[in-house]
Design a binder for this molecule. Structure first.
Ligand code: PAF
Length: 292
């Protein structure tokens, strides 16, 4: 498949075209950053590519709505897709050198039979409601790393458990890529930017901003000495009172291992998934032990 030059940034559709360009850059001694995305790009994604630029001379953004991380009852079909407008946004940044937008057949050719399972950090939290999810993510991200062979890759802290799963994957499989975490970008009311925010109705959108407020309250309560389980019970009740339809989880976990904690001795993270109408939102916040 030839490189698609009909967009303001060249688009590689095949592994061969991707490698031709990336390997050329690397041979010339340039450092290459990859920003994996599923498209529907918003300011949060653009902040990931900004972070990539700070890490490397060349930035590649991949856009692939990965079917294996969606269960049959999830939003794969309706997940927003607009390659043209995504590339326009990246082009306006002025530094993204290549978009990699493989076809599903290029990523998962007939007979594809391999799956990567990362144990430990992938268990619980997101996996409780979406048991298929991290297998799909780990497999596609490992493939993207093998395909592009970047020096560095950027992932948002918004998907905190995903970030830890990818760090584990890279360590366990000795994949020579540095993983850099980028902070979550938020709307004026604190709502974490996400492609799925587009599904929210106007009244739901008003409620959504309170997720970050409640995460901050739970983090402050735990940092102030309250037990994580008590703080989370209060937080859960607050979320439901504020109008969230359900709380899939609201938990304080160790920031590195994601093990449950009973007391705050090490840096921790409060993580939540909530439902508003048909939309599921996730977010998280740091909890730091007070310095003595
Ligand atoms: O975070 C995402 O957008 C996706 O899970 C990723 C990492 C691009 C894999 O499909």
């Amino acid at each position: 498949m030839p490189l698609d030059t009909s967009f303001p940034i060249p688009v590689a559709r095949s592994v061969a075209d991707l490698r031709k360009i990336v390997f050329g850059w690397r041979r010339a001694g340039e450092r290459v950053a990859l920003v994996p995305t599923m498209g529907a790009l918003h300011a949060g994604h653009l902040s990931l590519s900004e972070a990539a630029r700070a890490q490397a001379n060349r930035v590649v953004v991949s856009i692939f709505v990965n079917p294996t991380q969606f269960a049959p009852n999830e939003d794969f079909e309706r997940y927003p897709r607009n390659l043209g407008s995504d590339i326009e946004k990246l082009a306006r940044q002025g530094f993204v050198g290549l978009v990699y937008a493989p076809t599903a057949a290029e990523m998962y050719p007939n007979g594809f039979s391999t799956a990567i399972r990362v144990a430990g950090v992938s268990e619980g939290l997101e996996s409780a409601a979406r048991p298929h999810f991290f297998g799909g993510v780990a497999t596609v991200v490992a493939k993207l790393f093998m395909q592009a062979q970047p020096d560095v890759a950027i992932f948002g802290e918004k998907d905190y458990q995903q970030l830890l799963v990818i760090r584990r994957l890279v360590r366990d499989l000795d994949i020579p890529v540095e993983i850099v975490a980028a902070p979550t970008l938020r709307e004026h009311d604190g709502l974490a930017m996400s492609s799925r925010n587009a599904y929210l109705t106007a009244p739901e959108r008003k409620i959504a901003g309170f997720l970050n407020t409640v995460l901050g309250e739970v983090a402050a309560a735990v940092a102030g000495g309250k037990s994580p389980s008590e703080a989370c019970n209060t937080g859960r009740a607050r979320l439901l009172k504020l109008g969230f339809a359900a709380v899939d989880y609201l938990e304080v976990r160790d920031a590195d291992s994601l093990d449950p904690i009973e007391m705050l001795n090490e840096p921790a993270r409060v993580l939540a998934a909530v439902r508003l109408g048909g939309t599921r939102l996730i977010d998280n916040a740091p909890v730091l032990p007070k310095a003595d």
